[in-house]
Design a protein. Sequence first.
Length: 161
Amino acid sequence: MRRRSFLAVAGWLATAALATLIGVAAIRWVGESIAGTPGGVLSQEEIERALSSPRPTVPGAGGPSSPAAGGTDGPPSPGAKGSTPAGARRAFATTGGSAVVECGPGGVRLVSWTPAPGYRVSDAEPGPDDDVEVAFAGPSGEFELKLRCVGLEPVSVEDDD
C-alpha cells in the first residue's frame, strides 16, 4: 500500500511539472507571435525607427478608426484616403505620460497620448491647430505638454497660461 501511494504521488508530481512546462512554453510562443518580439518589449531604437517611418495607408479607408487598445487615451486616427502627406512625427515624454505629435499642412496634431502608470489624462487639445496640449495628473502633480510646429518639425514650448 505504501509503495502504491508513493507511485501515485510521484506520478501526480511528474504530470503537474510537465503540464506547467507545456503551459509556460505555449504562453511564451503565443506572446512572441502576437507582439513580434520576445516579451513584447521594444528597444529605444526600435521605437524611434517605428515613429520615424511613415504610417501605412489602407486603400479605401475613409472613416475614422478606433484608437489602439491597451489603455491609450488618444483620439481616433483619421483615414488616409486622399489626405495630404504628413510632416515630421516626434514623441515627447514627461513624468506623467507621453505623446506623439505630427506637423502637417493643418498645423500640429496629437497622434496619440498615453498616461504613465498611476497617472490619468486631465486635459487634451488634439488639434490640428497652431498648438496642442495634453495634461497628465497623478500622485506627483500635473505635467503638461504644449507643442507646436516650427516649419514642419514638432517642438515643445513653455505654457503661456
